[in-house]
Ligand binder design. Structure first.
Ligand code: ACO
Length: 430
């Protein structure tokens, strides 16, 4: 819905009426799309703190009230009742699938889980210590070279097949990168297993021993993937949209999202949280010193897994994960000292004025690493797990962008603050 709602007046009394866009949850945005053409002025919003970059039907997030909904469904209800593949369908196609549609979707995904045999050779080119995120993004980009006949983003059939391939092959690529890092043979996908069970089998089975997927582990991982599945216009999703807006193919756009996710201020925080908790553990387990460091403006230490650009109340995903963390560890009979430290750290931070004033709460990454550890996922793979979870969200957002007939290439402007014009002079000898 559009309505005139704002008037901007400049010191020279020039003024402009600006239309407003009202979202379905009554959020209001001032549309500045014509500001420059009418006044010669741009808006400046570094780090996009206050800028809406898309009108989207996929995910609703209210950071003040701690609300997260996929296609209208509260995250709490999806976490309780759905599964990752069903949530993926919901995000990408807009509605929950009927039983028949779901079966077809599951079948289609299953038919695309293998990767081309030649791609396996590429793993040998990576040094042993390569971070699995670098392998994941490289492999995803490389997929475009294997499907040159079906990567046109403007072709609906190509879009559909690219979406299926990426959802289906990401677990295979991820599990292979782990197998490579520990020198074990790759395990082929098994079509008789569900999405998450298949991933666990590719990660943890070895040819010499029978492996059975543990139901608690499968359920815990499925839940984590649901909670990570989409989060509207975050850094990696905006990157996917930015790259996709140039009409680069789906694999190129998604690989860019993987790279954006890798950073410790975004998805890389789950690895950084565990590294921080281990550091505290090695230091004797006391949290006060680290709370002090996090508050010290002369230190670059931050409480990883704390704070969020949008959530200024609590992160509803963190609440669900914390509960699941307790349940999973209890069911598996694991007593992880890092969980005790995490709880102490959270308790101390939530009582501290610094964190209260800045509205810093645990985010999705604070407890997820403890569950990953409990189910045997190595620390360097944590961000890859996040990428697996976020894949349907990236794909849904990419599809929405490409299918929007009014979408244009994303191209922000800037305020130039460098030298004004000066003349070239031959450099001095010294
Ligand atoms: N520890 C200590 N202080 C913090 C933290 C933290 N984790 N997070 C924010 N602050 C402080 C900042 O120093 C700043 O203080 P100031 O006002 O005195 O300068 C204030 O809180 C606001 O922080 P900003 O960095 O301006 O907030 P921004 O919205 O830009 O950043 C971010 C959000 C990146 C998530 C930040 O809170 C952070 O670095 N957290 C730790 C990393 C992390 O957990 N990232 C995962 C986010 S969730 C996700 O991407 C899946």
């Amino acid at each position: 819905m559009t309505q005139d709602c704002a008037k901007l007046t400049f010191p020279n009394n020039q003024s402009i009426e600006l239309p407003c866009i009202v979202g379905s949850e009554s959020e209001l945005a001032v549309d500045v799309g014509n500001l420059r053409s009418q006044t010669g002025t741009i808006t400046l919003d570094e780090a996009y703190v206050n800028t809406g970059s898309a009108v989207s039907k996929i995910t609703y997030l209210n950071g003040e009230e701690g609300i997260l909904r996929y296609r209208g469904y509260p995250i709490e209800e999806l976490a309780e009742n759905s599964n990752f593949l069903e949530v993926s369908y919901l995000l990408i196609y807009g509605e929950l699938p009927s039983e028949d549609r779901f079966k077809q979707f599951q079948y289609d995904i299953t038919m695309h889980t293998m990767i081309h045999e030649d791609l396996k050779q590429l793993y040998d080119g990576f040094p042993k210590d390569s971070h699995p995120m670098s392998i994941l993004s490289s492999m995803i980009t490389t997929l475009s070279g294997y499907y040159t006949d079906s990567i046109d983003p403007l072709n609906e059939t190509h879009r559909d097949i690219s979406i299926l391939r990426l959802l289906a092959k990401t677990p295979t690529i991820a599990a292979y990168s782990y197998k490579k890092s520990i020198g074990q043979p790759f395990v082929y996908p098994r079509n008789s297993l569900d999405y998450v069970a298949n991933f666990l089998n590719m990660m943890f089975s070895i040819p010499s021993v029978d492996y059975e997927v543990d139901a608690t582990v499968e359920k815990a991982l499925d839940l984590l993937l649901i909670l990570h599945a989409d989060h509207e216009q975050n850094c990696s999703t905006s990157t996917v949209r930015m790259v996709g807006s140039s009409r680069a193919n789906c694999y190129a756009a998604i690989a860019s999202g993987v790279n954006a996710l890798w950073g410790p201020l975004h998805g890389g925080a789950n690895q950084a949280v565990i590294e921080m908790l281990k550091r505290i553990h090695q230091d004797g387990g006391g949290v006060e010193k680290f709370i002090g460091k996090a508050k010290d403006k002369n230190s670059d230490f931050r409480l990883m897994g704390f704070g969020h650009r949008v959530y200024k109340n609590f992160d509803p995903r963190a609440t669900i994960i914390k509960k699941s963390c307790d349940e999973v560890l209890e069911k598996m009979g694991i007593n992880d000292p890092l969980l005790d430290i995490a709880k102490k750290l959270e308790e101390a931070a939530l009582k501290d004025d610094y964190f209260i004033q800045r509205k810093l709460y645990p985010n999705v990454d604070f407890y997820s690493g403890i569950i990953y550890r409990a189910i045997g996922i190595p620390t360097e793979m944590f961000t890859v797990m996040f990428a697996m979870g976020r894949m349907p969200g990236w794909l849904a957002q990419w599809k929405e962008l490409i299918e929007n007939p009014t979408a244009r290439i994303s191209r922000p402007r800037q305020i130039y603050s460098g030298f004004t014009k000066r003349s070239y002079q031959k450099p001095d000898k010294h």
